[in-house]
Write a protein that binds this ligand. Structure first.
Ligand code: ATP
Ligand code: MG
Length: 570
């Protein structure tokens, strides 16, 4: 069937939407693919829906090819299963919760591990039934703190989520590898440039996990790579290499100094360089950051974090390290309520004397010497030795990872870049099958607890990611596999013969099995050309002035190349 622009439910916009910052968001709105309904909630108009369906098709084909079976669970879910795994609480504000008319609690599913575990438990009871992988392509709900960039980070979005069930670890590894391979095929077909990085498991639980990150400057994830070794990890998952401990028998005594007006690292370093007879840099200082933890059980706790003064605390790394607890920075009121916290002069001693848990960066090993706060206004302590003068309660991966830091495998420096998470694969193990006692009768006649994997692809997000990676300053540029149409025929000649010729050409292309959109509107050629570039179909055929000589112009939206050819030949 030929789609006619004169009839298509489409209005392109000349101006960027006021709330849009990134190119994909601007273009998908301007080209009439999506429309905003509320923060992070979008409608799909005909063109957008076509691309979305194409992405779904590719994902579905590759999932089916690894033997995964499609089912569909509700998005509206009872509280009970999520209570069993404690995720009703752990998910915190991210969960959309509601009540039915009888007052029973429900949620809108953010991800479905619980329900898939229960579904398998309900149907299967013998080892002969295993392994099995089930998936769905379904709408998910998360009350994201910062919905962003249109459909890139929505509060309602479409995910492909699959779940593997195996009898043992080897089976789980095989299912995981099958997904890893399938994802590589999916993203290759979608022409997405991406990297696979080691990841943390977050609220999901479990052990091994990797993320697929689309390379993009506007990504919210930072990852690092070691060119020499091929190591790649989300910064959240980078494990700092601790240096060896240093003997401290000969270390000088810790001495407290008056250091007036030195509440920042920079002012402290200036003071030290004038007062001490050695050269001091920010890396010689110990910065203590206080956060307030909110634990899932409702308790709150103060936590002190010590990092070398030349590094910032990376809030995403800190957040990942503290999960499932959430954290916030201290307010003025918190400082008032805890007078032992002397802002700008906090030291390990004051924290530990007052029962505040104190975790440090892994570089702060036994024997390292620090200049740090002495818990009194305008006072710092010099030569405070870890393991001698203070003993932290443990380590935490909270300090920023920087370009040039050594790779954890010791084989070279790290290089940082940004990406957008498009897929995530987890070896969950038995977290969920334990919670719901998902057992089958094993070969030996004894029950076997199943082991589980979970695997997500951001289907709606991919539409934005492809737009983000492929657009140019004129508009969208879809790869053939997901384009809303194969060919965009533009009638750019008022002549009746040309119009008829274009109609015939479109009919021939349609007959040849191509998806054709025909711009048969009364608008000027200029408007039509602009729209064709904005909409981004890979091939544009212009029936224009050359028609008199039986010629059409073929434009390649990707390369920008154009060619006059005889219509009959084409
Ligand atoms: P993010 O770190 O981006 O918030 P996540 O780690 O919470 O993602 P998962 O739970 O791993 O996401 O979900 C699987 C996939 O679903 C992600 O890899 C991503 O592509 C997609 N996804 C997650 N959240 C959103 C969202 N708010 N909008 C669109 N897609 C999303
Ligand atoms: Mg993830």
């Amino acid at each position: 069937m030929i789609t006619r622009l004169s009839q298509l439910f489409l209005r392109t916009l000349r101006d960027d939407p006021a709330d849009a910052e990134v190119a994909s968001h601007k273009l998908l709105v301007r080209a009439g693919y999506v429309r905003r309904i509320a923060p992070g909630v979008y409608s799909w108009l005909p063109l957008g829906l076509r691309v979305l369906r194409e992405v779904e098709r590719v994902v579905r084909e590759e999932m089916n090819a690894i033997g995964a079976q499609e089912i569909s669970l509700p998005a509206l879910l009872p509280r009970d299963p999520y209570e069993t795994t404690n995720r009703w609480t752990e998910y915190g504000d991210g969960l959309f919760r509601l009540q039915d008319r009888k007052g029973a609690d429900y949620l809108l599913g953010p991800t479905h591990e619980e329900l898939f575990a229960l579904t398998v438990k309900g149907e299967y009871n013998s080892y002969k039934d295993l392994p099995v992988t089930l998936y769905q392509i379904q709408t998910k709900y998360r009350d994201e703190e910062r919905p962003r960039a249109g459909i890139l980070r929505g509060r309602e979005f479409i995910m492909k989520d699959s779940y593997s069930f195996d009898l043992d670890d080897d089976g789980l590894k095989a299912s995981y590898e099958a997904h890893r391979d399938a994802y590589q095929r999916i993203f290759a077909r979608l022409a997405v440039k991406y990297v696979i990085v080691a990841a943390t498991s977050g609220a999901m639980g479990g052990s091994a996990s990797e993320e697929f990150l689309a390379e993009s400057e506007i990504g919210e994830d930072t990852y690092v790579r070691c060119i020499e070794s091929g190591y790649a990890a989300n910064v959240e998952a980078v494990v700092t290499t601790a240096p060896p401990a240093i003997p401290f028998d000969d270390a000088p005594e810790a001495v407290v100094h008056d250091t007036p007006d030195t509440p920042t690292i920079a002012t402290l370093v200036d003071w030290a360089n004038s007062a001490l007879d050695r050269e001091v840099t920010a890396a010689d200082t110990l910065k203590n950051v206080l956060v307030k933890l909110h634990h899932p059980d409702g308790n709150t706790e103060l936590l002190g974090i010590g990092v070398p003064g030349d590094r910032e605390v990376d809030e995403k790394r800190l957040g990942a390290a503290l999960e499932p607890a959430a954290f916030e920075l201290l307010t003025e009121d918190d400082f008032k309520a805890n007078p032992f916290l002397v802002k700008g002069y906090i030291g390990p001693k004051g924290l530990q004397d007052n029962g505040v848990r104190y975790l440090v960066d892994p570089r702060i090993v036994s024997g390292t010497r620090w200049i740090t706060g002495a818990d009194a206004p305008g006072r710092h302590v010099v030569d405070l030795v870890a393991g001698r003068d203070f003993t932290p309660d443990g380590t935490i991966e909270a300090a920023e990872v920087r370009d040039g830091d050594p790779s954890p495998d010791g084989r070279g420096p790290l290089v940082a870049a940004r990406g957008i998470e498009i897929g995530h694969i987890f070896q969950l193990g038995q977290k969920y099958t334990d919670a719901f006692e998902v057992d089958v009768l094993g070969e030996s006649g004894k029950p076997v607890r199943l082991t589980m994997g979970s695997y997500g692809v951001g289907v709606s997000r991919l539409v934005a990611v492809i737009a983000e990676q492929q657009h140019d300053d004129k508009g969208l540029r879809w790869p053939a596999e997901v384009a809303p149409f194969d060919v965009h025929v533009v009638i750019a000649n008022k002549d009746e013969g040309a119009r008829e010729g274009a109609e015939q050409l479109a009919a021939d292309l349609d007959l040849a099995g191509l998806e054709v959109v025909l711009d048969d509107r009364k608008s000027s050629p200029g408007v039509k050309f602009k729209d064709s570039e904005l909409i981004g179909v890979p091939l544009i055929v212009v029936v224009g002035r050359g028609w008199a000589e039986g010629k059409v112009e073929i434009r390649d939206r990707f390369t920008g190349a154009s060619d006059e050819v005889a219509a009959a030949e084409w």
